[in-house]
Write a protein that binds this ligand. Structure first.
Ligand code: AMP
Ligand code: TRP
Length: 334
C-alpha cells in the first residue's frame, strides 16, 4: 500500500500551477489501494505576513478547491495542519535537532521568499522545511506528490529521516519518495516565462486563478507575453522561448497529451490562432471546478465536517508515530 501525503498553503487563491503541478495528480492517485492524506498547511501559511481574520476562510477555500477538483473524502482524508498542530510542531522540534543549518541555508524557496532582507526574515520562514518534513514523516508517507519547486524540500525530508534512523539505530521513518508527475511540473508566469506562476506574485495577470471567470481567463491568455515568431515545428524549437514553451506545456497538460502532440497540431501557427484555443480549453477544464467551489463554499458547515473527520483520522495515524519517536529518543515515560 502506498501512503500518499501532500499539502498546500491557504494563502490567496489557488492558481493553475497548483492544479496542474499537484492537485490534479492527487486526484489521480486516489484508489488502487492507496491511502491518501491531503493537508491544508495553515501553519506554513503564517510564515509570511498574512491576515488572521482571513485564515480560517482561506483554509475552507482551499479545502473546497481540493473537493471541487475531485479529492473525494470517501477515499482521502482532508485536514487542516493546525488541527493536529500539537503533533506536527512537536515532531518538528525533535527533528530540528538533526537538521543541519547549512542545508537550510541552501533552500531556494527561503531565499526567494526572504528576498534581500534575509536578516529580518522570521525563524518560521527559515525553519519552514523542517515543519514540512515533520508533516510528511509524522504519517510515514511513502509518496509525496508535489510540483518541481518542492523537490529540494523533499530531499531535506529524506536526509532528516535517514539521520534519525541512523542516530536511533532503527529503520523507523519511511524515506518518502517525491512524485513529480505530468507535463506541467513547473507552470510559469504569463508575464515572464522565466518566473514560476505563483499565488503570491504581485500581478494578478501573471496567473490564472481557479476562481477566475471565463472572461478573465480569456483576457489573461490574450495578454500573456509571447514572442513574435510562429509556433515551432518541433519540441526542440521551444528552446530559449520560455513563454511559448509555457503556453504549449499548459495546453498539453490540460488536454492530457504531450508537448509533441500539441506542437504537431499547431506547428507554424501564430499565437493569435493558438491563444483562443488555449483559452477555450482552460475555461472548459477550470470552469466546472470554479462552479463546484462556489457551491461548496455556500455550505461552509459541510466543509468543516469533512475537515473534522480528516483531523480525527490524521491524529489516529500521527499519535502512535510520535509516541514511538519519543520512546526511541529516550524521553521519560514515553
Ligand atoms: P503552494 O502554492 O506553495 O502551497 O504549493 C502547493 C503545491 O502546488 C506544491 O506541490 C507546489 O509544488 C505546487 N505548485 C505551486 N506552484 C506551481 C507551479 N507554478 N507549477 C507547478 N506546480 C506548482
Ligand atoms: N511546502 C509546500 C509548498 O509550498 C507545502 C507543504 C507543506 C507540503 N507541507 C507539505 C507539501 C507536506 C507536501 C507535503 O507547496
Amino acid at each position: 500500500m502506498k501512503r500518499i501525503l501532500s499539502g498546500m498553503q491557504p494563502t490567496n487563491r489557488l492558481q493553475l500551477g497548483n492544479y496542474l503541478g499537484a492537485l490534479r495528480n492527487w486526484v489521480d492517485l486516489q484508489g488502487n489501494g492507496n491511502q491518501c492524506l491531503y493537508c491544508v498547511v495553515d501553519m506554513h501559511a503564517i510564515t509570511m505576513p498574512y491576515d488572521a481574520a482571513q485564515l480560517a476562510t482561506s483554509t475552507r477555500e482551499v479545502t473546497a478547491a481540493y473537493l471541487a477538483a475531485g479529492v473525494d473524502p470517501k477515499h482521502s482524508s482532508i485536514f487542516a495542519q493546525s488541527a493536529v498542530g500539537d503533533l506536527h510542531a512537536e515532531l518538528m522540534w525533535y527533528i530540528a535537532t538533526m537538521t543541519q543549518i547549512g542545508k537550510l541555508d541552501r533552500m531556494t524557496q527561503f531565499k526567494d521568499k526572504a528576498g534581500k532582507n534575509a536578516e529580518k526574515a522570521g525563524l518560521g520562514l527559515y525553519a519552514y522545511p523542517v515543519l514540512m518534513a515533520a508533516d510528511i514523516l509524522l504519517y510515514q508517507a511513502t509518496h509525496v506528490p508535489v510540483g518541481e519547486d518542492q523537490k529540494q524540500h523533499l530531499e531535506l525530508t529524506r536526509d532528516v529521516a535517514a539521520t534519525f534512523n541512523h542516530r536511533y539505530g532503527k529503520e523507523f521513518f519511511t524515506i518518502p519518495e517525491p512524485m513529480i508527475m505530468g507535463e506541467a511540473t513547473r507552470v510559469m508566469s504569463l508575464r515572464d516565462g522565466t518566473q514560476k506562476m505563483s499565488k503570491s506574485a504581485e500581478s494578478d495577470m501573471s496567473r490564472i486563478n481557479l476562481t477566475d471567470t471565463a472572461e478573465v481567463i480569456a483576457d489573461k491568455i490574450k495578454r500573456a507575453k509571447t514572442d513574435p515568431l510562429p509556433l515551432p515545428e518541433t519540441v526542440d524549437g521551444l528552446k530559449d522561448r520560455p513563454e511559448a514553451d509555457n503556453l504549449i506545456t499548459i495546453y498539453a497538460a490540460l488536454s492530457g497529451t504531450t508537448k509533441a502532440a500539441v506542437i504537431a497540431e499547431f506547428a507554424g501557427k501564430q499565437f493569435s490562432e493558438f491563444k483562443p484555443k488555449l483559452s477555450d480549453l482552460t475555461v472548459a477544464k477550470i470552469g466546472p471546478i470554479t462552479e463546484k467551489m462556489r457551491h461548496l463554499l455556500a455550505e461552509p458547515k459541510e466543509i468543516d465536517v469533512i475537515l473534522e473527520a480528516g483531523a480525527e483520522k490524521a491524529r489516529s495515524i500521527a499519535a502512535p508515530t510520535l509516541k514511538e519517536v519519543k520512546q526511541l529518543m529516550g524521553f521519560w515515560k514515553a
